[in-house]
Design a binder for this molecule. Structure first.
Ligand SMILES: Cc1cc2nc3c(=O)[nH]c(=O)nc-3n(C[C@H](O)[C@H](O)[C@H](O)COP(=O)(O)OP(=O)(O)OC[C@H]3O[C@@H](n4cnc5c(N)ncnc54)[C@H](O)[C@@H]3O)c2cc1C
Ligand code: SF4
Length: 578
């Protein structure tokens, strides 16, 4: 077929972007010339990069975001089809190894404006206060250079801004409530609640999840079609593509999509002066910048810094400590599948809508440190088929029989804290990508504490599944949510960046994304990553132009700039009586 009967397909346009049926960016994104020097060049417009772009543009900086993937027009580019949505992921070559190799690809990061926030399930629990002092409290892992109290105002801000739906009272960590009311329970949520209730485990239903339970400005509420991980075409699920990027563009930021950063360039040994990148035709360009922020995800950020090795930084940029790429973490994400006599219909809600954090903290009665959460998962049929292939060995006619039964199955997940270990790391492989850049090699090994935690967590979820009435229970071992590899710390000898994301070695080079996390708790990391981005932006704004020239580091806490939150964040939502 040369052209469809209703007209020709149009080329992608950069001046109009539909983001769901109601939201539209009608303003062409600014275009800086190659010889213009911007204030900030942000590499990667995902969970962190999107928030940074919006905050810095709104504060009046000249800011440009280089994004390797496309700038999605959700009405044109997205389909309500599980297989057809795989282009949302970073599927480029990455090499995996170690004793417990991680599956790399659709289970890790996104590629395109919005990054991983486009395909996340949008579970948005906060980290617990204990997560920030793991070493002091439990003698394992590391302490953060900041406390929970320093991040708390950002949790409160972002929960209203993106916004988050959840219960009026969330009992774990630092107990709090949510600005939007909870979602109704689906079949999988029913299973979790029933199983936990039978076993006397406290459980929370309807969130916390960054999905609208009521309409919000030009975003409609959730219609419970279950396509969250495929990119919510409705616009009910938060992603920086629809929450922060539109306002960034309105305030004059440039989104330069299909632009793959290849190397950070140095003016001298102490200062960066811009970023080399390949455009959509594979031509190399140089973008001048007074400061650079790398927000490329826990694999691509260390890869870019390692690929930027140069005279004076022979082992990679910002790697004087030798820790660049090390302390990579993934959360244990074992999936437990249970078959029920009655219909479950797991696709009929957002996959993320109920959880328990009852096992989150270290329990001296157990033989391992730290803990895990239990969450609803609810895969669509293709993902379910893959899980059944691993969990039950289903294949051929056996697979067809299992798939005919899809509506009777429920899926719950462990989300377990794996500790940061130096041998879990990102390095450069010998293999190269289409631009000739060395790709990332990821090594991952489980240690004793991790194995004990996973075994305990998996068995606990199986107990919950049985208590809910499952007649058959199987499980698949897997991992979720990669973070770390450029960790923040007060000690320059054991970390890559300081508590604001500034690299210890290069005064105008920042890292701001999940790679800076020293530990990961057993909460999904996306909300914390966006909070850290808003905090780094507040720091940069408070420092003003000193960042571009001065090597003096002011470590004072910046004021929380609530007025920079996305417009109308504070006037929407279900009012709560306090
Ligand atoms: C299936 C799935 C479900 C998830 N569900 C949840 C959830 O429910 N809750 C939660 O909190 N988290 C969830 N996550 C994890 C969450 O998506 C990530 O933790 C988060 O998006 C990471 O943010 P980031 O800013 O570090 O990187 P990203 O959001 O991945 O952004 C990085 C961006 O940088 C771009 N980039 C990388 N390298 C370059 C380069 N060299 N040049 C230009 N651009 C570049 C990438 O294309 C990408 O857009 C999920 C992840 C997956 C895979
Ligand atoms: S279930 Fe709700 S949030 Fe998820 S894709 Fe559908 S409309 Fe979007």
């Amino acid at each position: 077929m040369k052209s469809p009967i209703w007209g020709e397909f149009k080329q992608a346009r950069d001046d109009v972007h539909n983001l769901g049926p109601l939201q539209r960016i009608g303003k062409e994104t600014k275009r800086y010339r190659d010889d213009e020097e911007v204030d900030y060049c942000i590499v990667g417009l995902g969970s962190a990069g999107g928030v940074l772009l919006q905050r810095l543009a709104k504060a009046g900086f000249q800011v440009l975001g280089l994004e390797a993937g496309p700038f999605w027009d959700t009405e044109r580019d997205w389909v309500s089809d599980e297989k057809g949505s795989h282009k949302l992921y970073w599927n480029d070559l990455r090499i995996t190894g170690g004793t417990d190799p991680l599956a790399l690809g659709e289970n890790n990061s996104g590629k395109g404006v919005g990054g991983g926030s486009v395909h996340w399930a949008a579970f948005t629990p906060r980290f617990h206060p204990s997560d920030f002092r793991v070493y002091t409290q439990d003698g394992v892992g590391a302490d953060w250079p900041i406390s929970y109290d320093e991040l708390k105002p950002y949790y409160e801000l972002l929960e209203r801004e993106i916004p988050v739906a959840g219960p009026a009272y969330f009992p774990w960590g630092d107990p709090h409530g949510y600005p939007y009311g909870p979602h109704p329970l689906g079949g999988v949520g029913d299973v979790l609640v029933k199983g936990c209730t039978k076993l006397g485990i406290r459980v929370c239903a309807g969130g916390p999840v960054a999905i609208l339970s009521g309409s919000h400005g030009d975003r409609p509420h959730c219609i419970y079609r279950g396509f969250c991980i495929q990119g919510c075409k409705v616009g009910a699920k938060a992603s920086t593509l629809i929450t922060h990027i539109p306002e960034a563009i309105r305030y004059g930021a440039e989104v330069r999509a299909l632009s793959m950063a290849s190397r950070i360039s140095m003016r001298n040994r102490e200062q960066a002066n811009g970023v080399f990148y390949f455009d959509r035709e594979g031509r190399e360009h140089f973008q001048r910048a007074k400061a650079v922020i790398v927000s490329g995800y826990a694999i691509e950020t260390p890869r870019l810094l390692l690929n930027s090795a140069c005279q004076g930084h022979e082992n990679g940029l910002a790697n004087s400590s030798g820790t660049l790429g090390r302390y990579l973490m993934a959360q244990a994400g074992n999936v437990v599948l249970g078959r029920f006599p009655g219909l479950i219909r797991m696709y009929k809600t957002p996959p993320a809508h109920a959880l328990t954090e009852e096992f989150y903290e270290t329990d001296p009665k157990r033989d391992f440190a730290r803990g895990f959460a239990i969450q609803t998962v609810a895969p669509l049929p293709v993902a379910f088929a893959k899980q059944m292939m691993v969990a039950k060995g289903a294949w051929g006619w056996g697979m067809r029989r299992v798939m005919m039964d899809y509506n009777h199955w429920a899926t719950l997940g462990v989300l377990g804290e794996i500790l940061p270990w130096p041998d879990n790391r990102v390095e450069l492989a010998e293999e190269r990508d289409g631009f000739g850049l060395r790709v990332a090699k990821v090594t991952f090994n489980l240690h004793d504490n991790d194995k004990k935690l996973i075994e305990f967590g998996k068995n606990k979820v199986m107990q919950v599944m049985h208590a809910a009435g499952a007649e058959e229970v199987v499980q698949e071992a897997r991992y979720a949510h990669l973070v770390g590899a450029c960790r923040m710390g007060a000690d320059q000898g054991t970390s890559v960046v300081d508590k604001f994301g500034r690299t210890h070695d290069v005064s105008n080079l920042f890292v701001c994304d999940g790679s800076v996390l020293p530990t990961q708790g057993s909460a999904n990391p996306g909300l914390t990553i966006q909070c850290l981005a808003a905090r780094t932006a507040d720091y940069l704004i408070a420092q003003g132009t000193r960042i571009f020239t001065s090597e003096i580091r002011d470590m004072g806490t910046p004021p929380v700039r609530r007025e920079l939150a996305v417009k109308d964040s504070f006037t929407k939502g279900v009012p709560r009586l306090r």
